[in-house]
Design a binder for this molecule. Structure first.
Ligand code: APR
Length: 244
């Protein structure tokens, strides 16, 4: 298969009628938020896979909350980087850009993107594990861990944990976007966590050109039409720059 480079991808983006992008933790790495896998993927010797589960929360809700509280603190201090901003600019310019993100940090919103499907939830949402009430709490550090609902039940982070289903309607929209896109960008994700990881293959089999942006190879690299190696904050602005 012929692999295309930066110039060709820039041309594709200019003429595409519909673009979708899937982002993962790698796009926020340069904002100072650690990714889940690879270097920095541990917190106090715990792997994210061992903390982000309903079983871990049932066993030790305080420990799980301490991890989320730590991440919330980092995110609150962080700023969107040039990669987030380039995607927001592409949405403004192109109109037909749908962002599917696995990230729960809200940095895409803060960069100005509006057309976002958060398939793994939102770290700033708290949900009662007893009555299901949801609320937004933007405080970087919660006064009480684990937090409790007014009904007395334990609150949990409003994110999707391993073994849980994705929000059905949002996921259906993400699949539709993958099927409808002419260009499908896969940015900063290890592409090993399903079902999100399957979106790139779905887009490809539906006729999209798949463009990967990552510092490393992933399972998507094997079938991507273009695999641009480098950081999202460096490559995305260059892809959008008309002067190049
Ligand atoms: N620019 C581009 N890519 C980068 C950068 C960067 N600056 N830094 C790291 N990466 C890449 C890594 O090479 C890796 O492929 O980002 C990817 C991060 O992978 P993960 O940590 O596995 O993050 P993600 O793919 O988002 O994880 C998926 O797993 O833990 C769950 O629910 C959590 O949404 C998360 C899901």
């Amino acid at each position: 298969m012929l692999l295309w480079g930066m110039d060709q991808v820039r041309e594709w983006l200019k003429s595409a009628r519909s673009i979708a992008a899937l982002t993962g933790a790698g796009i926020s790495a340069e904002s100072g938020i650690p990714t889940f896998r690879g270097p920095g993927g541990f917190w106090r010797n715990h792997r994210s896979e061992d903390l982000a589960t309903p079983q871990a929360f049932a066993r030790d809700p305080s420990l799980v909350w301490e991890w989320y509280d730590w991440r919330r603190g980092l995110i609150a201090k962080a700023r969107p980087n040039a990669g987030h901003c380039a995607l927001a600019a592409l949405e403004l310019k192109h109109g037909q850009l749908l962002l599917v993100t696995q990230n729960v940090d809200g940095l895409h919103d803060r960069a100005g993107s509006r057309n976002i499907l958060k398939i793994h939830g939102d770290i700033w949402t708290l949900r009662c594990s007893v009555c299901g009430r949801e609320r937004e709490d933007l405080r970087a550090s919660l006064p009480q861990l684990p937090p409790r609902c007014t009904c007395g039940g334990l609150e949990r982070p409003g994110v999707v944990w391993f073994g849980e289903s994705l929000p059905q309607r949002i996921w259906a929209q993400a699949e539709q976007a993958a099927r409808d896109s002419e260009i499908f960008l896969v940015i900063g994700t290890s592409a090993v966590v399903y079902p999100a990881a399957g979106l790139a293959a779905l887009a490809k089999s539906s006729g999209a050109r798949v463009v990967e942006i990552n510092v490393d190879d992933t399972p998507v690299s094997a079938f991507a039409d273009a695999s641009l190696k480098g950081s999202a904050a460096e490559i995305l602005p260059r892809l959008m720059d008309d002067r190049l």
